[in-house]
Design a protein around this ligand. Structure first.
Ligand SMILES: C[S@@+](CC[C@H](N)C(=O)[O-])C[C@H]1O[C@@H](n2cnc3c(N)ncnc32)[C@H](O)[C@@H]1O
Length: 235
């Protein structure tokens, strides 16, 4: 899914302010937990940019990521942080954390409501008592704009990217064929990556977390306006 674009991921999302998101994340954790976390696991950590800004602010950090190419970028960035290859649906590290995160709508790759429920269960079982699970949702079905054309441009001296896609919905799934035209001093290439992101409803997120035995709150803004589901083990 990110096999070909992983090496450009950080350039493509260069507009995203990970440092500010981490600042907001820690404020959110403090508000819901009342104490700074000593340990944090980032699920679907991608190239590890949230973890990079959490370094030095949370004593013990770990990451889980399914895609080998994304993991390779993260491992290069964070040689000191344990990063495992794993699927959010069924991973089991055998350790628990004060905070478990799943950010930038990565949860939408869970596929089905059953997948969402399994992912919530897998993440919840990695929480310490009094811990927090933070899941940043994807767009809900009622907010989805079908048929929109998107164009993203990267214009650096040695890297030119034009990424175009048309938003298409098939049932509850957004099927995004990302067309990449990438130029580097080595040459110009074109490739297409298909991303299938499920448009879960707020009720589906909430009930998946509740089924994982978590008490659920929703923060409207979250890190960048997408909102944030916050779950904590029910007493
Ligand atoms: C939009 S990126 C977000 C990455 C990172 N959290 C960030 O904020 O930059 C989604 C990530 O989810 C990963 N992913 C997709 N399905 C996954 C799964 N089933 N288990 C773990 N990671 C998954 C992808 O490989 C990708 O790295």
């Amino acid at each position: 899914m990110y096999d070909k674009s992983a090496r450009f991921y950080d350039a493509i999302y260069g507009w995203k302010d990970y440092e500010d998101e981490v600042r907001r994340l820690l404020i959110l954790v403090d508000a819901h937990r009342g104490a700074p976390p000593a340990s944090l696991l980032d699920v679907a950590c991608g190239t590890g940019k949230h973890l990079a800004f959490l370094r030095g602010r949370v004593a013990h950090l770990e990451g889980v990521e399914l895609n080998g190419s994304m993991l390779a970028v993260a491992r290069k960035r964070l040689p000191d942080i344990p990063l495992q290859r794993g699927d959010m649906i069924d991973f089991d590290l055998g350790r628990r954390f004060d905070v478990v995160t799943c950010l930038f709508s990565a949860i939408a790759y869970a596929g089905t409501v059953e997948g969402l429920q399994k992912a919530a269960r897998s993440m919840a079982r990695h929480l310490n008592p009094g811990g927090l699970l933070l899941i940043e949702p994807f767009i809900s079905p009622d907010k989805w704009n079908d048929g929109q054309l998107h164009h993203l441009v990267v214009d650096q001296p040695d890297l030119k990217i034009s990424r175009i896609n048309l938003s298409r919905r098939q049932g509850q799934v957004a099927v995004l064929d990302m067309h990449y035209l990438v130029g580097t001093p080595e040459g110009v290439e074109h490739f297409i990556e298909r991303h299938e992101l499920t448009l879960f409803t707020p009720e589906e997120y909430r009930s998946a977390l509740e089924a994982a035995n978590l008490a659920v709150a929703f923060d409207e803004y979250g890190l960048d306006g997408r909102g944030m589901f916050v779950g904590r083990p029910a007493d």
